[in-house]
Design a protein around this ligand. Sequence first.
Ligand SMILES: [Ca+2]
Length: 146
Amino acid sequence: MAVRERRKGLRYGYYEGSWDQLPAFGALASVKEGVISDFDFSPRNQSEYFGFRYDGFIRLPETGIYSFFTDSDDGSQLFIGDKLVVDNDGLHGMTEETGVIALRAGFHPLRVTFFEKTGGDELQVYYQGPNIKKQTIPPQVLFFNK
Ligand SMILES: [Ca+2]
């Protein structure tokens, strides 16, 4: 297997549409794609009716039990590999959901999805683990394959 170079950041896809829950972004054509340092909306073209899919890797310093959290308006989900860890889907104001997963030290595939219909829009993503107090996932631990 070829060794791929990992760089800081995440790949994102930006989407537009009117949804009441997270769409299957993989089945949609993105409006734009690129690399971003963390989970923000700066590539968006409009303030309503949009969605993002962020893909990359998170680097964890220790093996142990980790909690992940999303706090979002409207819906969001967080996956580690194929496992849905945080399900915060649906139309709502700022709402926090959490999930727990046992992980080894090292790199793990991370995906966060988000959509906004109307009104307020925000996404915060947190983690907590061995010797890591609950905090925003910092850009320093987010990577993508070049
Ligand atoms: Ca909203």
